[in-house]
Design a protein around this ligand. Structure first.
Ligand SMILES: *Cc1c(COP(=O)(O)O)cnc(C)c1O
Length: 295
């Protein structure tokens, strides 16, 4: 996979000026029109490993709007591998744009009911065929961390004091923590309500020496994973209107909100140079009715 250098967007805002803060956005959402964001980085080493092991098919899991499913379908097509998507829930009458596109990229979709979906090991044992290589839901795991370590190397990031990222499985954040410099502080914003195992999961993903400090904020979930109340929609529209920055409703909208809130609460020391890693996910906004978002 060839990953082009991402661009930086600098946010100019009065709420940053009070403490002389700067805020740059690393636009992983701009990497590819369809497969944006961190998923590309997380998948890279799984696909290399699959090919090395002589496998011809990558099988993985996700919901109907999953960024990971779409990225896997695309990346496998590009790498000359077949792909299987185990999708949570019965086959819908009107499939989402995400899985429709994944199928167009050649992914074979297998729908499993929600109860079965929870038992990944059972699915693996029952479905596996010769030549299949399994990738965990969301690309979670050590090879995902290895790929995510490259995110901060796509541009020069040494000058930043704080790196802020959205957190689902924590794999991307673990990669950022592993590759961050000793003077840097990695801040994660969880999209889930009270996912108390997250900090421990990340700890387990940190298998290399870590010199940076980190912490996760758990209070910016807006009601829980996948929840997007009007307050969040209004915020995302406002950010787009003022800064021309598109955010997604599952992850990055909550993260940008957290940054502004933490700035207003003086969490960041004066002169902090903040880098938000925009992890993409904009395709998932298509789950909303047209016109809800103004972009
Ligand atoms: C998957 C995803 C995340 C979460 O990444 P993890 O490595 O699972 O923590 C964050 N942001 C976006 C846009 C995503 O699609």
């Amino acid at each position: 996979m060839n990953i082009p250098a991402p661009i930086i967007t600098t946010i100019q805002a009065p709420w940053l000026n009070a403490n002389s803060l700067s805020l740059d956005i690393l636009r992983l959402d701009e990497l590819h029109p369809v497969v944006s964001g961190n998923k590309y980085f997380k998948l890279k080493h799984y696909l290399i490993d699959a090919i090395k092991q002589g496998k011809n098919t990558v099988a993985t899991f996700g919901g109907a709007w999953s960024n990971h499913i779409l990225a896997t379908a695309y990346a496998c097509k590009e790498a000359g591998l077949s792909s299987i998507g185990i999708i949570r829930g019965e086959r819908p009458k009107n499939p989402s744009t995400t899985i429709t596109l994944a199928a167009q990229y050649g992914m074979e979709l297998l729908f499993v009911d929600r109860t079965t979906y929870r038992n990944k090991e059972w699915i693996k044992a029952g479905y596996a065929r010769e030549g299949w290589y399994w990738v965990e839901e969301g690309g979670m795991g050590n090879l995902g961390v290895m790929g995510s370590k490259e995110i901060l190397r796509t541009i020069s990031t040494d000058k930043y004091s704080h790196i802020v990222v959205s957190v689902g499985t924590g794999t991307t954040m673990a990669g950022l923590i592993t590759s961050a410099l000793p003077h840097q502080f990695v801040v994660g914003v969880s999209s889930m309500k009270a996912n108390t195992s997250l900090d421990r999961n990340i700890q387990q993903l940190l298998i290399e020496k870590v010199t940076a400090n980190w912490r996760i904020f758990h209070e910016y979930h807006f009601g829980g994973y996948g929840k997007h109340p009007q307050e969040l929609i209004d915020f995302i529209n406002e950010v787009f209107e003022i800064y021309a920055l598109p955010l997604d409703i599952i992850y990055t909208g909550k993260t940008f909100f957290a940054i502004r809130d933490l700035v207003n609460k003086n969490y960041f020391p004066p002169q902090s140079k903040i880098l938000m890693v925009h992890t993409g996910g904009l395709q998932g906004n298509k789950s909303l009715a047209p016109g809800v978002l103004h972009f």
